[in-house]
Design a protein around this ligand. Structure first.
Ligand code: ZN
Length: 246
């Protein structure tokens, strides 16, 4: 079994399309670690695709915000404006789908998927210290998470926690063989709004039987996504940041 694992698509259809094109024929099932919508100008295209193609998904904080389930006062003004626009723009069916997405973690045989952290879906896992406190909260030796929009993740072994770096900017794939004695929190990176300094859309393949995670990046039509964001009247910052990946 080979999984395509996506996270933080954020209504960016151009990025999702590029990922699906590059990944085509390479997987048996597709999973998502949350944030289908918010920020990007194509929430309906992304949710239409999700409803028919995703095998499993957990909700993200922006999914909750756009569906009116979150107090928007906690969001910065740009995210708030995007959440309100997305809530108004989603069709009733798509809004209903987003509102009913399950809370993570979601367990599979040998791994789990979640949005922020295993103990709080809205927490950001950025420091090795924070990750070192989570050992007893992990139900599986391999977990996939999102929320930070930074590809890579963490390896937990007997002597501590190590950061797994993102793909180098001159590479478009890297295979990581999982050590049976270690635990892993893997971040596929963000499809639709990378914030790790690499503007390319990010994702992973995962093959539990081979204990293999394959990190991937793919360039997409950033300009087309930017034009749609500006035409929709969304904050220009959301278009600008796609270019730098920050
Ligand atoms: Zn996100």
């Amino acid at each position: 079994m080979r999984y395509l694992i996506l996270s933080d698509i954020h209504g960016n259809w151009e990025a999702l399309e590029a990922v699906l094109h590059q990944a085509r024929d390479g997987y048996d099932a597709v999973l998502c670690c949350g944030d289908l919508v918010g920020y990007g100008a194509d929430p309906n295209a992304v949710v239409d695709w999700a409803r028919t193609h995703l095998d499993a998904i957990v909700r993200g904080n922006h999914d909750k915000a756009c569906a009116g389930m979150e107090d928007l006062e906690w969001f910065n003004p740009v995210a708030r404006a995007a959440a309100r626009w997305t809530g108004r723009t989603l069709t009733p069916e798509n809004l209903d789908y987003v509102r009913n997405l399950p809370r993570g973690p979601l367990d599979f045989d040998s791994f789990q998927i979640l949005h922020g952290s295993p103990i709080d879906e809205d927490d950001y896992l950025v420091s090795t210290f924070a990750v070192s406190q989570l050992r007893n909260s992990l139900d599986r030796a391999v977990s996939f998470f999102g929320h930070t929009h930074m590809q890579g993740g963490f390896l937990l072994h007997r002597h501590g926690v190590r950061r797994i770096p993102k793909l180098r900017s001159d590479a478009d794939q890297h295979a990581l063989e999982l050590d049976p004695g270690s635990w892993y929190l893997i971040n596929p990176g963000s499809v639709g709004q990378p914030r790790d300094g690499d503007p390319r859309a990010a994702y992973v393949f995962y093959e539990p039987g081979a204990r293999l995670v394959e990190y991937r990046r793919v360039a997409y039509d950033v300009e087309a996504a930017q034009k749609k964001i500006l035409a929709a009247g969304l904050p220009p910052l959301l278009a600008e940041r796609l270019e730098t990946g920050n």
